[in-house]
Design a protein around this ligand. Structure first.
Ligand code: NAP
Length: 423
């Protein structure tokens, strides 16, 4: 039985993770749930999966009416304890916390083996870091963690991999599995690399759907509204990643994520638009062979693989019918119109604290756009301006990444500068 904590359980990835657990309740058990603001949803999940460790990021919920129900779920009253324990062999008490630290605390619980980090934004950084520091497996959807803190997270993952090997907890061959990507592109690359020699890999091809505005010019994008940008052609996702997908910032963040996860130099990571989203990504080898990962476009598949590795479990999906697939199209990404992709690559190549600044500025500009305080094209403008300011020495200038505290400080600086620049 793998005992998992799901952080961001009320979001798109979190809800789909719980769906995977429903399908495989003989192999997966949810022991902790964390979310931001949607307490009623979290409570319903806790009741369904009998979860006793809960945390809400929003501290103001501590004094809300629902806090008592959450408390009751984590520490049932003596009468309900005897009936529940008798009926379900449940532990008699758990924990309930509010605030960012309480969410992170869940990863250190002794009963947690695997943490699914499905938080959104740099808010997920500390959770990723602490999961690996605690020696647990990190199933990572929160790509921002790696974008911002890949320099700190990857060495920790290597340490957990080594400990898993030493303890005989890793598969006989292949990666030890301390850091399992959930992003479909990275899950695809991970699988294409299994059984291969890393020295024989010549290129990673990260595929992109191109988003809802593929083929548009910059002029076409001037008046784009949040509703238009939220309508992704292939995936149904949270608001922030939907906007990132439309600006191609998401693809840019994924290039940085791929660089860290697979230790690949940027000049050997290419992006290709594959509008059908049938190919989830590809790996090219030194002999010119290319391995591609194809499959149904359902995020529950990469989520499940991150939890089942090294095994594959059945999934209730309709497999791709290649006789009906028709054709597969490929095109280069338009980095002139979609500046965020070029900006991410530039930030990744420069490295240090610049990706942290890129990410923070993007989060501020996307939030401003969603609340109609900023324009669509203003997102890339804001990100570029804050990156320029950092490169010119603002926030102490671009530095080597040394610690989480340093990253949090620079993140805060970038957010403040970005807030003054959204338009
Ligand atoms: N959705 C996809 O298909 C997909 C695919 C690949 C990768 N990803 C990545 O997965 C991550 C999650 O994406 P998503 O689409 O699932 O986002 P989402 O639907 O917006 O869900 C985000 C989750 O994080 C919680 N949360 C947000 N801020 C928090 C905070 N400060 N403290 C505690 N909890 C907080 C939210 O809680 P409340 O809602 O309760 O406030 C929610 O449960 C992102 O990094 C995204 O890039 C997503």
């Amino acid at each position: 039985m793998r005992r998992i904590a799901v952080l961001g359980s009320t979001g798109s990835i979190g809800v789909q993770t719980l769906d995977v657990v429903r399908q495989h309740s003989d192999k997966l058990q949810v022991v902790a749930l964390g979310a931001g603001t949607r307490a009623a949803e979290l409570l319903a999940q806790a009741r369904e999966f009998n979860v006793r460790h809960l945390a809400m990021g929003d501290v103001s919920l501590r004094d809300s009416a629902i806090a008592a129900d959450l408390q009751q779920q984590t520490c049932p009253s003596p009468t309900s304890v005897s009936s529940l324990v008798g009926a379900l062999s449940l532990p008699t008490h758990g924990s309930l916390g509010f605030g960012a630290d309480a969410v992170v605390d869940l990863v250190r619980l002794p009963e947690v083996d695997v943490v699914v980090n499905a938080l959104v934004g740099a808010a997920g950084l500390k959770a990723s870091y602490e999961t690996l520091r605690a020696g647990k497996v990190l199933a990572l959807a929160n790509k921002e963690s790696l974008v911002v803190g890949g320099d700190l997270i990857m060495p920790l993952a290597a340490r957990v991999d080594a400990a898993r090997r030493a303890a005989g907890a890793s598969p006989a061959a292949g990666p030890a599995g301390a850091l399992m990507p959930i992003d479909s592109e990275h899950g695809a690359i991970y699988q294409c690399l299994l059984g291969e020699n890393a020295r024989e890999v010549s290129r990673l091809w990260v595929t992109a759907s191109g988003g809802p505005f593929r083929g548009r010019t910059k002029d076409d994008l001037r008046e784009i509204t949040p509703a238009q940008a939220l309508a992704h052609p292939t995936w149904n996702m949270g608001a922030k990643i939907s906007i990132d997908s439309s600006t191609l910032m998401n693809k840019g963040l994924e290039v940085i994520e791929a660089h860290h996860l697979f230790n690949m130099p940027y000049e050997r990571i290419s992006v290709v638009v594959q509008p059908q989203s049938a190919i989830h990504s590809m790996v090219e080898y030194t002999d010119g062979s290319v391995k591609a990962h194809l499959g149904t476009t359902d995020m529950r598949i990469p989520i499940q693989f991150a939890l089942s590795y090294p095994d594959r479990w059945d999934a209730p999906v309709t497999p791709v019918d290649f006789t009906k697939l028709g054709h597969l199209d490929f095109a280069p990404a338009d980095t002139n119109t979609f500046r965020c992709l070029a900006l991410s690559r530039a930030a990744g190549e420069r490295g240090g604290t610049l990706p942290c600044v890129l990410n923070a500025a993007n989060e501020v500009a996307v939030a401003a756009f969603l609340s109609q305080q900023g324009s669509y094209l203003g997102i890339a403008e804001c990100v570029e301006a804050v990156m320029d300011a950092h490169e010119a020495g603002g926030g102490g200038g671009v530095q080597r990444v040394e610690s989480i505290d340093q990253l949090l400080e620079i993140d805060a600086w970038a957010r403040e500068v970005a807030a003054g620049m959204v338009r």
